[in-house]
Design a protein around this ligand. Sequence first.
Ligand code: FES
Ligand SMILES: [Fe+2]
Length: 383
Amino acid sequence: MPVIATPVIEEILADLRGYLDDEPPALSLPPSAYTSQELWEMERERIFHCSWMLVAHVDQLAETGAYVAVSIAGESVVVTRAGDGTLHAMSPICRHRLMPLIEPGAGRTDAFTCRYHLWKYALDGRLRGAPYMGGNKDFEPKDCRLPQFAVQEWNGFVWVNLDAGAEPIGAHLDLAAHQFTNYRLAEMVQVDSWSLQWQANWKLVMENGHENYHVIGLHRETLEPFMPGGGDVHVEQYSPWVLHARIPFVAPVQPEALALDEIQRANGMLLLSFPSSAFIGLGDQIVWLSFIPLAIDRVQVVGGVLTTPELATGSDAVARTQDAVTAMINDEDRIGLEAVQRGVGSRFAERGHLSPKEQPGVLAFYRNLARALLREGPWPGAL
Ligand code: FES
Ligand SMILES: [Fe+2]
């Protein structure tokens, strides 16, 4: 859909342009950036319909027939493991009369059968059956296939891009891979996972994910003792898609299963992939999260906890971090961000001043957002 320029969107884009300056304003986004329907339409077109989204860990797609279905900014996607071992990402919308074949979720199936008129699709999206269609001379069953999207596995993480011709994300993630070598990502196994919905604009959620300052407030009982909100976040941008951040962190139990270096022992090692996916090394574990927008004011939060195969069989360390992370994402961030979502709609809302504690991460996110929407600077991110 073409994006129609309106005064509100022009004002938002003018404010965004400021974040591309060498000295960007230490201010939050204009409140209308969280409520403007026009900006949301632009984000769908310029960001979510052409960006890589982390949708699953490979453990969820290990067996033939395993699938994960999500909705990316209103567009349904299913990722499957086909019989030949390959992953497919495709549109699960029936090619007959557009009934969704599957709702968001995960599971295992041998095929996707449309409940409307029973057309049946294989795990790679090819049509396998269509009752009573033989009399339609224009219909060619062998040409009928669910539209395919780009899918890539990187170190156990499964990424999807609605743009089938998108440049692979792997080469971008590789630029930060040395920071995570000691975590042995490809060997890790998933010991917990979740899928939740939060009533908040995706940018509020991502700002929150780029700063540690809010730990002194929202997480003072849970995270503050081992990841103090007053800690200074160190940020490195490896590509327009890949940002690495280090957040001072003291593991509640010293990591033993992994040979982490001093920096990794003293920090949460975060990789943020624009627009809205992330994983973080926390001692012997990796926590991954992806904030997949469903609408202007709603995100699907999917994620999981990974650890080494040795620790996966029940360890206190895993349980303790899991409890804290689960408490954080289930309650504290969600409740906080849903409240902020109500705040951005106030007619008295204005841009807020950012603390030096939150500036490195939040301004890096705003810069990537500005690049994506304005299509200025190194975008869409060729190496
Ligand atoms: S819409 Fe799917 S079979 Fe008719
Ligand atoms: Fe948080």
